[in-house]
Design a protein around this ligand. Structure first.
Ligand code: FAD
Ligand code: FES
Ligand code: MG
Length: 281
């Protein structure tokens, strides 16, 4: 059993959770993730490690409540326990001195890019970050990203905070002002990562994206997380989750993410009905 030490609502339907995980925190590197199960028969949910406190053995995750399992996770409080947590999983982000790096986080991609931005800055890169959300109230981790970056730009789709528009508009502005960018890392909704990769390709700026296909075992055994990169089949859980954005078949990824939409919708409706009756959500 794994103990929940703290929970905090960062924005509507977006929560931070601190878990007691002394063994995992000792090994974590930026870009890696964990898989957790809330109860014995529950689904396995992959979530990126947003931060760690190695001394205290605390692992932090940030999740958006998008369906049954994340909604249920969001009902848990400090002192509650989840049945298991495995990790760290996936290949860590390659941290080296590239020069000027642009780190882009969209929505809950921001907590995922945060440890990466921090590590790249420690490796002497100039870190320019762009974080975006649909609206001001959904923007998270601004302070952390400001601390981890040399320059931070903010976008909201509706213009309620920062620049009105998408993260790609800011990236284009940085390219157009003549900044030489050596490396781009983007984490967020697939459509955002696709747009970033499309923008950087003609400029030949190496671009890494963190893919989030449906995962089951997350150890390379089941094949559920397969993605196509440069015409080859890769397993995102063990070969990724980061891949060359210029080679990813994003449309296939989007289609595969939607395979169980009907079942997910039914499961969520049933969950909300039963939990509303007992006052949990
Ligand atoms: P459901 O209603 O079951 O599904 C909603 C959508 O989530 C689906 O359409 C599907 O596209 C996706 N999904 C469903 N089940 C899975 C699964 N087993 N694995 C992956 N995707 C699934 N989300 C965050 O909010 N924060 C994170 O830090 C984060 N990191 C991730 C890291 C990786 C490597 C991966 C693969 C995914 C990550 N996700 C993260 C996505 C998160 O795992 C899904 O949102 C979650 O599993 C949805 O479960 P659900 O039952 O609440 O929703
Ligand atoms: Fe099973 Fe990747 S989740 S092979
Ligand atoms: Mg689910």
């Amino acid at each position: 059993m794994v103990k929940i030490l703290k929970t905090e609502e960062l924005a509507p339907d977006i929560k931070l959770m601190e878990l007691e995980a002394p063994l995992i925190t000792q090994k974590v590197k930026p870009g890696q993730f964990v898989v957790l199960r809330i109860y014995e028969e529950g689904e396995r949910i992959p979530l990126t490690i947003a931060d760690t406190d190695k001394e205290k053995g605390i692992l932090k995750i940030v999740f958006q409540e998008v369906g049954k399992s994340t909604k249920l996770l969001g009902t848990l409080k400090a002192g509650d326990e989840i049945v298991d947590l495995i990790g760290p999983l996936g290949r860590a982000t390659k941290i080296e001195k590239f020069g000027t790096v642009v780190c882009i986080g969209g929505g809950v991609g921001t907590p995922e890019i945060y440890p990466v931005a921090k590590a790249l800055r420690q490796a002497d890169n100039k870190v320019i970050s762009i974080i975006g959300a649909r609206s001001k109230n959904l923007l998270i981790m601004e302070k952390e990203m400001r601390d981890a970056s040399d320059e931070l730009y903010i976008t909201t789709d509706d213009g309620t905070y920062g620049h009105k528009g998408f993260v790609t508009d800011e990236l284009k502005r940085i390219i157009d002002r003549g900044t030489k960018i050596d490396h781009v890392l983007a984490v967020g909704p697939v459509v955002m990562m696709k747009a970033v990769s499309k923008l950087t390709q003609p400029y030949n700026i190496p671009t890494l994206v963190s893919l989030n296909p449906i995962m089951l075992d997350a150890t390379g055994m089941c094949g559920v997380c397969r993605v196509e990169v440069g015409g080859e089949t890769k397993f995102a859980c063990v070969d990724g989750p980061e891949f060359d954005g210029h080679k990813v078949d994003f449309d296939l990824l989007i289609a595969r993410q939607r395979i169980y939409l009907k079942e997910e919708k039914e499961s969520m409706e049933l969950f909300m009905k039963t939990h509303k009756e007992c006052g949990h959500v």
